[in-house]
Design a protein around this ligand. Sequence first.
Ligand code: MN
Length: 231
Amino acid sequence: MDYTFAPSPAVSVPVTGQSRRFPVHRVYCVGRNYAEHAKEMGFTGREPPFFFLKPADAIVPAEAGQTIDIPYPSLTSNLHHEVELVVAIGTGGRDIAAADAHRHIFGYAVGLDMTRRDLQNDMKKQGRPWCIGKAFDQSAPIGPITPAAASGDIGHARIALEVNGRVRQQSSIDQLIWNIGETIAHLSAAWTLQPGDLIYTGTPEGVDAVVSGDLLHATVQGLAPLSVRIG
Ligand code: MN
């Protein structure tokens, strides 16, 4: 195949315990999926799930044990952290029942849905799309993917984020408003899921700003941690 210029390289994420990497197709994100976070954003926490996407090349994969650097992005003075459990889809499908969702899951990772909150809020006020607040370059750091069979009881795992050694966010995956199976059911009614899709499942309460030089340490019990330095 001849191209007018070299195609972009595939984006991929390391897999714990394997030499083969997980190639990324799409990056879906769930909005307001923990009640206490929905409340801190001014909502009741009872709304149906809703989704947005980030481009696949917004993913910044961390190798095992690596601290990755991401630049402080342009146009914002209110860059927020959102620690999230990420579900990696290994088998695609549409109209997947919540009870069958586990058959489609390759594994899990810890991710950060970095957010230009000032721009997101401006867009919200004007009823415009959130893309500029959410889908910017290098907005989706992710740790290595742990295969589902090695991930333990992910449905009850602790999720946490420390900034410079201080806990900013902590909750449990069982506090998700829409659990992993329900999220996949809703998502696959709207889009046909494909192998390589990543789903950022939403963040618990405690989102806040970071500044240049901050060190973020994100964890979900049972998974490889994620460390990010803001440039
Ligand atoms: Mn989020």
